[in-house]
Design a protein around this ligand. Structure first.
Ligand code: GAL
Length: 423
């Protein structure tokens, strides 16, 4: 959509300048100048961080032109589908955003990425990132991407005024407390829990699984000892069904769902911390709301002490049309300046360990301290623990459950998805 509008605007500009008789065009950047950066960061709370890093890239690389190949749609489901077909046809962008973990491993084993060990050596990046993160982007000692941030998935965002009006004394810490709070909000005539499209419900699902099973059992789900057919899993899915029955009408993406909370139409939403950027950033790039007064946050119920993480990283696809330009982009993304420019606006914390922590305030200060001390669990929806096929199968199962909330059926589908995952 956005690209279409850009094209229309460009056409109009050509028309206007040629009508005015002026020397019309700025020449199109050549293939050696243009650096096509593929992501899904377009909307408020998403696009502005990318644009800030773009500005830095252009300042540092006046010979290159950043070409924004972002495809609209939170969580990148549409973007990833298009990317898969581009990679399949050997028409990669110069660089693309991919999640550290199982999602990236899929691209690696398909032979789509160049290893970046030489860049890690040149920029001394091995020490810059946490070792467990580098492991997630490596295969057989080769490192395949540059992580630009750490996002947190298990965050409960809420409107303190709506909670107060409904007689809820504070953020619920356990799943039973959460259900109780949701019920009170419903009785007070507000939407208890705001959701967006299907992927946001999978996002909610991963937080409920973590909260109900506990961290150790959740992490085990992605190992050879997993048992998706357990009674504990049945209980988690029953919790999920109860929570899902408290959701409002699905919104078109995560931003309108978050806005329902900011506007006081809804009490809660469970969303990654990109929502912080949207709530907090100034009105041109976000809602300009005040932390703790207009909106507040807590670990999603039952998950205190665990950081369910994900990391956006940039890659060097094999056959990138402008390899040198892509490397210039990766250098900016890897740098302290790049990460400290991008992350405070994106609502994430830096992947680098030497960032300027004074730049991370409010929610981000909390996130930095939690990241330093919490146990870790990986996100399903955002590519950490399950490969793309498995994630898609979980998505389908949750989608069917939204239509027909049959716990036994959902559990059967999840058992099958795990069995067929090939992971
Ligand atoms: C995630 C991504 C985040 C954020 C979010 C919502 O998958 O890692 O950076 O963009 O989707 O679109």
């Amino acid at each position: 959509m956005r690209r279409r509008w850009t094209a229309v605007a460009a056409a109009l500009l050509v028309l206007v300048t040629s009508c005015s008789g002026e020397a019309a065009e700025t020449p199109e950047p050549s293939a050696k100048q243009r650096v096509e950066v593929f992501s899904w960061w377009t909307g408020p709370g998403e696009g502005p961080g990318l644009m800030a890093m773009r500005k830095l890239f252009e300042q540092q690389n006046p010979g290159y032109t950043f070409v924004d190949a972002a495809v609209e749609g939170g969580s990148g489901d549409q973007a990833r589908a298009l990317l898969a077909s581009k990679l399949q046809a050997n028409q990669p962008p110069d660089t693309f955003q991919g999640h550290a973990g199982a999602e990236l491993q899929g691209y690696i084993t398909a032979g789509k990425l160049e290893p970046l060990n030489f860049l890690y050596d040149e920029l001394k990046l091995r020490d810059a990132f946490p070792p467990q993160l580098v492991e997630q982007i490596s295969v057989h000692g080769e490192i395949y991407s540059v992580p630009v941030n750490i996002h947190r998935s298990n965050v409960l965002w809420f409107n303190p005024r709506v909670l107060k009006a409904a007689g809820v004394s504070g953020a619920p810490r356990t799943l039973p407390q959460f259900l109780d709070a949701l019920g009170k909000v419903r009785d007070a005539g507000r939407i208890p829990l705001a959701i967006g499209p299907q992927w946001t419900v999978v996002h909610l699902f991963e937080s409920v699984l973590l909260g109900s099973l506990g961290t150790r059992a959740y992490n085990k789900l992605w190992t050879a000892d997993a048992d998706w057919s357990s009674a504990a899993m049945k209980k988690a899915l029953t919790d999920f069904a109860a929570i899902l029955s408290m959701t409002g009408p699905p919104q078109t993406d995560w931003q309108p769902a978050a806005k329902q909370v900011a506007d006081g139409e809804a009490a809660f939403t469970v969303m990654g911390d990109w929502a912080y950027a949207y709530f907090h950033n100034k009105p041109d790039t976000g809602l300009g709301k005040t932390s703790k007064t207009d909106f507040d946050w807590a670990a999603s119920p039952g998950t205190e002490g665990t950081f369910m993480w994900l990391s956006d990283s940039f890659t060097l696809p094999r056959g990138a049309p402008n390899r040198a330009g892509a490397l210039a982009w990766l250098k900016v993304a890897a740098s302290k300046a790049g990460q400290d420019t991008f992350n405070p606006i994106k609502g994430s914390i830096p992947a680098r360990r030497d960032a300027d922590t004074s730049l991370y305030r409010n929610y981000l200060e909390w996130s930095l301290s939690e990241w330093a001390r919490d146990e870790l669990a990986g996100s399903i929806q955002h590519g950490v623990v399950a490969n793309d096929g498995w994630r898609a199968a979980i998505n389908d199962a949750v989608g069917i459950f939204m239509e027909n909330p049959d716990v036994a059926e959902l559990q059967r589908a999840l058992v099958l998805a795990a069995k067929n995952s090939g992971q």
